[in-house]
Design a protein around this ligand. Structure first.
Ligand SMILES: NC(=O)C1=CN([C@@H]2O[C@H](COP(=O)(O)OP(=O)(O)OC[C@H]3O[C@@H](n4cnc5c(N)ncnc54)[C@H](OP(=O)(O)O)[C@@H]3O)[C@@H](O)[C@H]2O)C=CC1
Ligand SMILES: O=C(O)[C@@H]1CCC=N1
Length: 297
């Protein structure tokens, strides 16, 4: 299982020990919710109690019915299911879309167990806002995971506030440790985390798509271009992970001074690739701030 509590860049490591978590309700079993449910039910993870998951539609509940150890129920079938799941759980994950968070909290707020830990993954919904919406009897942690968690290779930024204990942080970190690596950050950094690793899988797929399109321009068939681009990214990521070397070391190692790659890299640098990424991340951060305003910051 990949590592937890990493405060800086580290390739994922195997952690042999069992991760123990309390009874848990995942409210919103969509893409992120499902990846967490997969983490919670993998070998080496012991949940001391029930695992409840909720979603809006009966069709989504049916899709998730095969998840063993998880009771999945749709609001469409049982309108009180979010309240019921919260009532049964010591750990509650809010994994609906950001605009749904205020109504969800209003719906379940009288059902929390005293001392429950609430973890929100909603982009843009601030810790201050969550604290204001939630009853004083619970503790709240904010996290920003990513889709790598679906295959156990996620990375999650986790932020707490003053009312959180080390135990709360450990539970939240263990939760996301079931699906990858955890980086503890300040609450004021979560929109930035979102812009790097939350949205990062999207950047990756965009790069693959663009390199594929470039290959087609250079005369390859779509199938050939796709294999050439995809396999290159997959192999490069695997090499970075297995070697434990930093990207800049690998870049130096594979880019000989008189070679061809250096000429291409020079073009990417000249196009100020970093500036493009700064513009992209700034747009992502700005959207997170808009969501904060829309959800009543
Ligand atoms: N996707 C990503 O890469 C990341 C997402 N996030 C955050 O995670 C959250 C979820 O995102 P994501 O998983 O992508 O979104 P999805 O749309 O895939 O999932 C949202 C889920 O919430 C369910 N839902 C909606 N309303 C309710 C309700 N009242 N009670 C219970 N369930 C409900 C939906 O049910 P149904 O399927 O039946 O409609 C759906 O399954 C968002 O807040 C997002 O900001 C954070 C980091 C990365
Ligand atoms: O695009 C989104 O809204 C989600 C939140 C962070 C990354 N993906």
């Amino acid at each position: 299982m990949p590592s937890t509590y990493s405060a800086s860049y580290e390739p994922a490591k195997e952690v042999p020990s069992v991760i123990e978590l309390p009874s848990v309700a995942v409210l919103g079993a969509g893409a992120i919710g499902k990846s967490l449910l997969k983490g919670l039910t993998k070998p080496g993870v012991a949940v001391n109690g029930s695992i409840y998951a909720t979603c809006s539609s009966a069709s989504r509940a049916a899709e998730l019915a095969s998840l063993s150890q998880v009771t999945v129920t749709a609001v469409e079938d049982h309108p009180s299911v979010n309240k019921d799941a919260v009532f049964e759980s010591d750990l509650v994950v809010l994994a609906v879309n950001p605009e749904g968070v205020p109504a969800l909290i209003a719906d379940v707020s009288t059902s929390f167990r005293p001392g429950a830990l609430v973890v929100s993954v909603a982009a843009g919904v601030t810790l201050a806002r969550l604290k204001k919406m939630l009853p004083d009897s619970v503790t709240v942690v904010r996290a920003l995971p990513n889709m790598g968690g679906e295959v156990g290779c996620g990375v999650t930024g986790v932020a707490t506030n003053d009312s959180c204990t080390q135990e709360d942080l450990k539970i939240a970190s263990d939760l996301f440790g079931t699906v990858g690596t955890v980086v503890v950050v300040g609450d004021d950094q979560l929109d930035e985390v979102s812009s790097i690793s939350g949205s990062g899988p999207g950047y990756f797929y965009f790069f693959v798509e663009q390199l594929t399109a470039t290959g087609i321009e250079l005369g390859f068939s779509p199938g050939q271009a796709r294999v050439l681009a995809e396999q290159t990214f997959l192999g490069s990521a695997a090499l970075m992970q297995s070697s434990g070397q930093k990207p800049e070391e690998l870049l130096r190692y594979f880019t000989s001074p008189q070679g061809t790659s250096i000429k291409a890299i020079e073009q990417l640098s000249a196009a100020d690739f970093k500036k493009v990424l700064l513009k992209a991340t700034a747009a992502s951060i700005a959207r997170a701030r808009e969501i904060a305003a829309e959800t009543g910051e």
